[in-house]
Structure formats: C-alpha cells, structure tokens
Design a protein around this ligand. Structure first.
Ligand SMILES: NC(=O)c1ccc[n+]([C@@H]2O[C@H](COP(=O)([O-])OP(=O)(O)OC[C@H]3O[C@@H](n4cnc5c(N)ncnc54)[C@H](OP(=O)(O)O)[C@@H]3O)[C@@H](O)[C@H]2O)c1
Length: 315
C-alpha cells in the first residue's frame, strides 16, 4: 500500500463509529466522502475532518435505503476522485420491541437501512472496485448478527442478514483478488445509537458491558480494510456469548432474558415510546460518543431496580 492519500467513503459518517472512522482516516491524510441523511451533522464532521488533516472532504446527504440516492452518492465520489479505495457500510438504526408491538413501517425501515442499505452500497461500489481490481468494502455487523436477544427482532434479523451478505460478497468477488471484502461485528459501543433507537418495549437500551469506544472499533475497521482476513468479532466477550448461543441453546434461551435486561437495558430511565431516528434523521442528537456513563454503575442501578420491583410485588 503506497503512502498516497486514499479515498475513503463512509456511510453513517455523522455519528458514533462512522464518525470515528472518518476522523481516523482524515488524521492520516486521506480523502473522506461522508454519507448520512442529515446534512448539518455531516458538515460538523467534515469541518473536524479538515482540521484533523483530511486531503479533502465531500459531504453527500444520502439515505442508504434509497438505491437511487446511493447510486448518485457513489457517482459523485467517483466524479471527484476517479476512484474509491475504502468503503465502509456503517449506517445503522435500532428498534426495541417485539414483532407485534413495533409498527410495520418502523420494523421494515430498520431492515431496509441495516440490510438493504449495504446491499445498495455493494450494488454501486463493487463495479468500481472490480474495474480497478483494488479497494475494500467493509460491512459493520454486530454480535447480535450471531445470536438472538429479547425485544430486538428487526435489528437481529437485519444483522444476521449483514453477516450473510459479507460471505456472499466474498464468494461472488473471488475472481478479483484485488477486491477485499471485510466484516466487523462490534459488541457494546458507547455511541448515541441507544438514545436514537425506536422504542416500543418496556425499557430503554444501553450498550452492554464491556463497552468499547467508537475509536477502538474504528481502528479495527480500518485495519480490516487493509487485512480482510482479520474480519470478525470486535471484543472477546462476543466469542463467549456466541459460544453459549451455539453450544448450549437451552441454557442460553433461559438466561438471555434476565441477563439482557440487567446488562443491556436501562431499567431506571423513563421510557419514551416512538420511532426515534428510524424513519427520519434526528441529527441534532448525533455525536461521536453516546455519553452513557459507566456500564458497571448502570448494571448496579438495574440490580437495585430489580430488587425494588420484587419487593413491590411481594408487598
Ligand atoms: N453502538 C453499538 O453498540 C453497536 C454495536 C454493534 C454494532 N453497531 C453498528 O455500528 C454501526 C454504527 O452504529 P453507531 O453506534 O455508530 O450509531 P449512531 O451513532 O447512531 O450513528 C448512526 C449513523 O447512521 C446514520 N444513518 C441512520 N440511518 C441512515 C440511513 N437510512 N441512511 C444513511 N445514514 C443513516 C446516522 O445519521 P442520520 O440519522 O443523519 O442519517 C448516523 O450518522 C451500525 O451499523 C450499528 O448497527 C453498533
């Protein structure tokens, strides 16, 4: 790999992991092409990227679920730079609630954004990478694409699909050895995605312990872009959870409900039901970090709340 600036296109670049990837690529002097729905948040990130040393920035407001918008964004990036070196599919949204409780438009949009978004991206980016016979497409999945968890059916299904898409793209592009397909599945990461989520259940989400920083996941993503054989889980706890899910499913299914509510939900925060940012951008809530506080203190507060609820039930 030469030291020349590379062209790095990131979806979901205006918050969390995508923002961290854009910032790290900028700090090493790359060109960054930033996609998300909300323009103002993208421009905030672009200004930071310029300060950090980006060779150039290009902001292209795009809904990844809209194939024509993705096509136009990829065309704009190639018109500006005449090539693409690293493309990261990072845009994602979450809905909490069981299938009967989540409105159909919200459920479908989670699947559209998280699964059909990367499909749209692959449809328009791969012809460019294949023509160059070089470049990387990295998909961001989740540990939740390998397991089942309560009240997150839309997200679970979309992320299982992303894992399938990753393997499918590898198979389909074996004839172009210069084209690299990568995959990173984070566990809990401190980003705004939890407070941005649609909520139709009885509690709000929080990143499960152990919580990684978006910067840490971004480093892994950029490493995988150059070394796709390092694709896979981000965080050793993911392997423990996946092992339990695969090898002792009857124990896993029994324990995951109570454990998930204590480790991956905030039982104390007030529940505000609604579609969150699933249907439209709430870019004013986008940020590099989620500011969720200590995961261990959160677990402690949840355990106290569980105790309080049990006492209330008994009295
Ligand atoms: N945080 C975690 O604990 C965690 C764990 C595992 C996997 N992940 C995955 O990591 C990825 C990034 O998540 P994050 O935590 O960084 O989330 P985040 O901070 O909420 O950022 C999500 C980004 O996606 C954009 N976005 C949402 N819907 C979009 C759409 N339809 N079209 C284009 N852009 C869209 C958002 O901007 P606009 O709303 O303005 O479009 C924002 O820039 C997601 O795929 C998520 O599933 C996160």
């Amino acid at each position: 790999m030469s030291g020349a600036p590379r062209v790095v296109l990131v979806t979901g670049a205006s918050s969390g992991i995508g923002e961290a990837i854009a910032r790290q690529a900028s700090a090493r002097g790359d060109h960054v092409v930033l996609l998300a729905r909300g323009r103002e948040a993208l421009e905030r990130v672009a200004a930071d990227c310029e300060r950090l040393g980006a060779a150039s920035t290009l902001v292209v407001p795009t809904d990844v679920g809209d194939d024509a918008e993705v096509a136009a964004a990829v065309t704009a990036a190639v018109a500006r730079h005449a090539r693409l070196d690293i493309v990261v599919s990072c845009a994602g949204v979450v809905a909490y609630g069981r299938i009967p409780d989540v409105p159909v438009d919200v459920f479908d949009r989670v699947v559209t954004t998280n699964l059909l978004g990367p499909v749209n991206l692959a449809r328009h980016v791969l012809p460019v990478l294949r023509e160059q016979d070089s470049g990387s497409l990295v998909l961001i999945g989740s540990v939740i694409g390998h397991i089942g968890v309560p009240d997150m059916a839309a997200y679970v299904l979309s992320k299982w699909g992303v894992r399938g898409l990753f393997r499918q793209l590898r198979v389909d592009n074996r004839d172009r050895p210069g084209v690299r397909i990568g995959y990173v599945a984070p566990g809990g990461v401190d980003t705004p995605i939890y407070r941005q989520a649609a909520t139709y259940g009885d509690s709000v989400g929080r990143p499960p312990f152990p919580v990684a920083s978006p910067d840490r996941v971004a480093r892994r993503v950029l490493e995988v872009a150059d070394h796709p054989w390092r694709s896979g889980q981000s965080g050793i706890s993911n392997d423990v959870i996946r092992l339990g899910f695969a090898t002792v499913p009857w124990v896993y299914d029994r324990l995951v409900g109570p454990l998930f509510s204590v480790v991956a939900q905030d039982l104390v925060a007030p529940v505000v039901r609604g579609p969150g940012n699933v249907l439209t951008s709430r870019q004013e809530l986008n940020a590099l970090r989620g500011g969720q506080g200590s995961a261990l203190l959160g677990i402690g507060a949840n355990l106290l709340e569980v105790g309080r609820r049990q006492l209330r039930r008994r009295s």
